[in-house]
Ligand binder design. Structure first.
Ligand SMILES: [Cu+2]
Length: 275
């Protein structure tokens, strides 16, 4: 479900039609293993006309953290209304739900990642016991509702959450000292910045780093100055590393990266995604 939107490690910049936000981003609650068991009680609820996961009384999907060899014990309670006001691919909506553990290499049989026979109608409860193999690769995965005919609408409503399988630093030791945050961008809407920023972008040292295959890698240095009413001027300095591909005689971006020289976001106070 990912478009090929290159999301840069760092900050990307702006136009007046950006999503720029200076407030701190809320972090989802995290659940962790105790004695190799992650125990979670999750509810399916309807909140303000949209289906959502709820955890500890809040309409929020917790980040599930587990290690290879752990077991996910999830009690999943369907508290959706028995009649839905929304439209489904196969009408009428039944408001049934279940869980799929996207990307995890686990058993497809009940009570594990079984999206075919495990289904909860409103008022029903599912008991998952998902065994993460000892040799499971680490990384970021996700869980979402997956009932036939209804999952599309429910997932668009926001019924998804993150699963982190720990141990990435065993494969990539450099990440061991990084502070980790999981942020899910689930709202399809951006907001236009107000008051809008004015920016000036200076680009120097444009170089072709590699043109051996059908992809041309181009690098350049940049400095972006951002001025916004009521805020101090801010500067972002770094380098671009873009990949271009020739499609029908025209060069198109295959990948765009903006890598900031500043290694800590604290110096800039906030994160801006400017698309
Ligand atoms: Cu999926």
């Amino acid at each position: 479900m990912m478009t090929k939107l290159a999301f840069f490690l760092g900050v990307m910049f702006l136009a007046s039609l950006g999503c720029a936000e200076s407030s701190s981003l809320p972090e989802a609650p995290q659940v962790q293993a105790r004695n190799h068991v992650v125990s979670v009680t999750l509810h399916a609820v309807n909140e303000n006309g949209r289906d959502a996961f709820a955890f500890n009384g809040e309409p929020v999907a917790p980040v599930i953290r587990a290690s290879p060899g752990d077991v996910l014990k999830i009690t999943y309670i369907n508290d959706l209304p028995s009649t839905s006001s929304e439209k489904c691919a196969i009408n009428p909506c039944m408001d049934m739900t279940n869980l799929h553990f996207h990307g995890l290499t686990v058993s497809p049989h009940a009570p594990q990642d079984d999206v075919l026979t495990m289904l909860a109608m409103p008022g029903q409860v599912l008991h998952y016991s998902v065994r993460i193999p000892r040799d499971h690769p680490p990384g970021l995965f996700w869980y979402h509702t997956h009932p036939h005919g209804e999952s599309h609408r429910q997932v668009l409503d926001g019924m998804s959450g993150a699963i982190v399988i720990e141990g990435m630093e065993r494969y990539v030791p450099e990440v061991g000292r990084l502070r980790e945050r999981v942020i899910r961008l689930k709202d399809p809407n951006c907001h236009a910045e107000y008051p809008p920023s004015r920016t000036r972008r200076l680009i120097t040292n444009v170089r072709i780093a590699d043109a051996s295959g059908d992809t041309i890698t181009v690098t350049a240095n940049f400095a972006v100055y951002r001025y916004r009413r009521g805020e101090p001027a801010r500067e972002f300095v770094g380098h671009y590393r873009h990949k271009l591909r020739r499609v029908g005689g025209v060069l198109k971006f295959a990948e765009r990266r903006a890598i900031l020289d500043a290694h800590e976001l604290g110096a800039m106070g906030s994160v801006s995604f400017i698309l």
